[in-house]
Design a protein around this ligand. Structure first.
Ligand SMILES: [Zn+2]
Length: 257
């Protein structure tokens, strides 16, 4: 919404009407990688959804075995509606699996469920990146709102002659600062996700829940899922770069005034 307003405003030179700037092209890598990652995930996920695991375990049963083997009997597993809504909630210390992965007895279901159990294992072992990520959540919630508001407001103010140029750019700098926190959050997410997947693959094999061939299928599904996190980081980095370019452009214009 703020982005649309910003475009209409024709940032950063003021005046209504869309103006093209070269940095608008910076959104392209993130969008393309994001689309590729989504396609890759949905094709890999649905392909292995068709392939049952030899021992007939459902996602919920496989996750239960992984959790129990780690002494995490107190971690409950709940079913949630939606497609790929699976997650581990560290505040509730509980696993939430989407209906198809909770009841599904496929390589995809078992892989995703074991991945979420992997987060519970990280939590138990006080895995540092997980804790860093958890501690960032409240800050990120505020930053994700504040960044856009501060940056857009800063752009508008910097286009108004009556307002001293410093006010606008200061707000834009605050916006960039808040946005960096979000980019950093996407970066911290990567080791957390990759590590949960490697724990899942290891535990499934060690506990004899999947065969070596099935484990390769699990690996394909989880790598495809991990790519969406890489895409999110890429999009965030390029957006940040774009904001920095806009800020620099406003700063150099102000110097000319
Ligand atoms: Zn995860």
């Amino acid at each position: 919404m703020t982005l649309i307003l910003a475009y209409m405003y024709g940032y950063p030179y003021g005046g209504w009407g869309y103006q093209f700037h070269w940095w608008d092209l910076l959104v392209i890598p993130g969008v393309l990688l994001g689309m590729y990652a989504q396609m890759k995930l949905s094709s890999t996920y649905s392909r292995y959804m068709e392939e049952p695991v030899a021992n007939g375990l459902t996602g919920a049963e496989a996750a239960r075995r992984v959790l129990d083997a780690a002494g995490l009997r107190s971690v409950e597993i709940y079913e949630v509606p939606g497609h790929l809504t699976d997650h581990y909630d560290p505040t509730k210390r509980a696993l939430f699996l989407s209906t198809e992965n909770y009841h599904g007895a496929s390589i995809s279901a078992v892989g995703v469920a074991a991945h979420e159990a992997g987060h519970a294992l990280q939590h138990k072992e006080a895995y540092a990146p997980l804790h860093l990520r958890m501690s960032m959540v409240p800050v990120v919630n505020i930053a994700s709102m504040g960044a856009w508001v501060a940056f857009f407001l800063g752009m508008v103010l910097s286009g108004i002659r009556a307002v001293s140029p410093g006010t606008g750019t200061l707000l834009m700098e605050i916006g960039v600062g808040l946005f960096s926190i979000m980019t950093l959050f996407h970066l911290v997410t990567l080791p957390v996700e990759f590590d949960a997947s490697s724990r899942a693959k290891r535990q499934l094999l060690v506990l004899g829940l999947v065969t070596r061939e099935e484990q390769e299928g699990v690996a394909s599904v989880l790598s495809a899922a991990a790519l969406t996190y890489v895409a999110a980081l890429t999009a965030s980095l390029f957006e940040l770069l774009k904001w920095i370019m806009i800020l620099r452009s406003v700063n150099s214009r102000d110097d000319d005034r």
